[in-house]
Design a protein around this ligand. Structure first.
Ligand code: ADP
Ligand code: AMP
Length: 214
């Protein structure tokens, strides 16, 4: 099963993708997490990506696509994956479609988690991310057991630099200009499914399970 998560930054794609990955036993592939791990490992790719990310802009397609294909060509992705944060441009979607078509393959579901911009800005201010394992929390909706400390690995939780309100507004603008057109793109492939992302996160997941099957 190959799934794409669509939606604005902060819509809850990662939150849902982690649960999908666990239930359906497929890897969760987040391009944002892959970039952040390159940044913390100080790789050339990380150095190139950082400036774009801190400014709320997209990393150029060429770098992103190469990194994504490196990841999905690993053995654990042979039976499918859930993509979180990719594709983010029509060009990325076209390359993905063409690569899969070469192997007689295709994406099965594009799940659009819908949340209006007003809710997004509030949510992002409360998001906290683990500096080490990337787990995310929310100070109100998903608090860690001990304030500021990751439940999974005990490392420090921080407000991501790109979750500062002015950067979130920039990311939303980029989303509307470059990523939202993917909704029509996947609509025209008849694999688009819209889910109300303003609901409680357990209800969002229940709607996704209704779609994908038990
Ligand atoms: P994305 O991957 O789309 O950028 P996240 O999954 O990281 O978004 O979610 C953004 C923030 O909102 C996180 O702090 C997360 O804990 C919180 N969140 C996710 N889903 C919901 C929800 N349904 N209701 C309230 N808060 C949520
Ligand atoms: P995310 O963790 O998905 O919110 O991504 C954080 C940042 O990483 C984005 O704001 C972009 O700068 C960069 N990024 C992640 N995925 C992509 C992508 N598919 N294309 C371009 N840039 C990306």
């Amino acid at each position: 099963m190959k799934i794409i998560m669509l939606g604005a930054p902060g819509a809850g794609k990662g939150t849902q993708a982690i649960q999908i990955a666990e239930k359906y036993r497929i890897p969760h592939v987040s391009t944002g997490d892959l970039f952040r791990s390159n940044i913390s490992n100080n790789t050339e790719l990380g150095k190139e990506a950082k400036g774009y990310m801190d400014a709320g802009k997209l990393v150029p397609d060429e770098l992103t696509v190469r990194m994504l294909f490196d990841r999905v060509s690993k053995d654990d992705c042979a039976n499918g994956y859930v993509l979180d944060g990719f594709p983010r441009t029509i060009a990325q979607a076209e390359v993905l479609e063409a690569e899969l078509a070469k192997r007689n393959d295709k994406i099965d579901y594009a799940i659009d988690v819908e949340v209006p911009d007003e809710n997004i800005v509030k949510r992002m201010g409360g998001r906290r991310a683990c500096v080490k394992c990337g787990a995310t929390y929310h100070i109100e909706h998903v608090p860690p057991k001990q304030e500021g400390i990751c439940d999974h690995c005990g490392s420090e939780l921080v407000l991501r630099a790109d979750d500062a309100p002015e950067t979130v507004l920039k990311r939303l603008q980029v989303y509307h200009e470059q990523t939202q057109p993917l909704i029509d793109f996947y609509g025209s492939r008849n694999i688009l499914h819209e889910i109300d992302g303003t609901q409680d996160m357990n209800q969002v997941f229940a709607d996704i399970v209704k779609l994908l099957g038990e």
